[in-house]
Design a protein around this ligand. Structure first.
Ligand code: ADP
Length: 297
């Protein structure tokens, strides 16, 4: 039976959740305590961000979470990409009915990973598109408050793309964040958005764990030659310009897309391939406590 910590039974008098804030209603205070009592059981909370959709943010989130679970960590993967929740498809758990009771949602367990997706809430995948702004924010907040993860070493959060109100809500509600991983593609056009994402993190005091350049060249499956299909290097350049770590470049690899479509994490099956090794190097930089002192603090 899991120990149910609550704010009222907690002895940490220094916690900001102990006392009601000025101008905070009873209701908001109770909500904040409920959210905090869930989040304080999670050691490391990492958000995966991108300047725009389609660059591989969910791919990085799924593979990071799976690699950590395979390494024996207790891991949760939260998909709050309200416009395109693709994690259930990538892990072969689409169409799952939500389990739990009102106010208490239980994540779906797959391969040692606890998964919760906003996609499980949508009976029709087009539903989220018609929600107005405040509704989206309400759904994100309720969702974060209600999911019962239990004790975790890592929570990996697949955030909505961009730097608007939705990722802002996610980063403000999940506090304190260990840090953010920012995913981009290598062309200069994407660079403008990455700059915004880095500034967004700096403004919110979220440490940038690093930038991942995805779809960076294509490795020929026959001869192994790397061809730069898109203009290259923007992720590396921005990382150096903005003084944040560059974590590595993942090539376009048909097996990455195939694994996602077949509902199995790439890293679980292809860890020994060139792309798999690149991913592992990226992941170890995110999670190595010596390289990133903020982790496991
Ligand atoms: P986002 O979360 O940024 O919208 P996704 O992770 O959903 O992007 O990726 C978009 C599509 O590109 C998916 O079909 C995914 O399988 C594919 N994809 C992502 N990264 C790669 C890669 N390195 N090689 C091949 N396909 C990729």
């Amino acid at each position: 039976m899991e120990d149910k910590k609550t704010c009222s039974s907690c002895t940490d008098t220094s916690c900001a959740t102990k006392n009601r804030r000025e101008n905070e209603s009873e209701h908001d205070f109770a909500d904040r305590q409920r959210l905090e009592s869930r989040l304080c059981r999670i050691k490391n909370k990492i958000v995966v961000l991108s300047g725009k959709g389609g660059v591989g943010k969910s791919t990085v989130a799924v593979n990071l979470a799976t690699a950590l679970a395979l390494a024996g960590q207790r891991v949760g993967l939260l998909d709050v990409d309200i416009h395109g929740p693709s994690i259930p498809t990538m892990l072969g758990i689409q169409g799952q009915a939500l389990k739990g009771e009102p106010g208490e949602l239980l994540p779906v367990e797959v391969g040692g990973l606890k998964v919760m997706s906003v996609g499980f809430l949508l009976q029709n995948p087009d539903d989220a598109i018609i929600w107005r702004g405040p509704m989206k924010m309400g759904v994100i907040k309720q969702f974060l408050t209600d999911v019962n993860w239990g004790d975790l070493d890592y929570l990996i959060v697949d955030a909505p793309p961009g730097t608007g109100d939705e990722p802002l809500s996610v980063c403000q509600l999940i506090q304190p964040l260990t840090g953010a991983v920012i995913v981009t593609t290598p062309q200069k056009v994407a660079a403008v958005d990455v700059r915004k994402s880095v500034s967004f993190c700096k403004r919110l005091d979220v440490p940038v764990l690093g930038i991942v350049e995805n779809m960076s060249g294509f490795v020929c499956p026959k001869c192994g030659e790397l061809t730069q299909i898109l203009p290259q290097g923007a992720g590396r350049q921005i990382a150096s310009d903005m003084n944040v770590p560059f974590l590595g470049a993942i090539p376009i690899d048909p097996d990455v897309a195939r694994a996602a479509d077949s509902g199995k994490a790439f890293i679980g099956q292809f860890a020994q391939t060139n792309t798999g090794k690149i991913m592992q190097q990226i992941i170890s930089q995110i999670t190595d406590p010596d390289k990133n002192k903020k982790l496991n603090a």
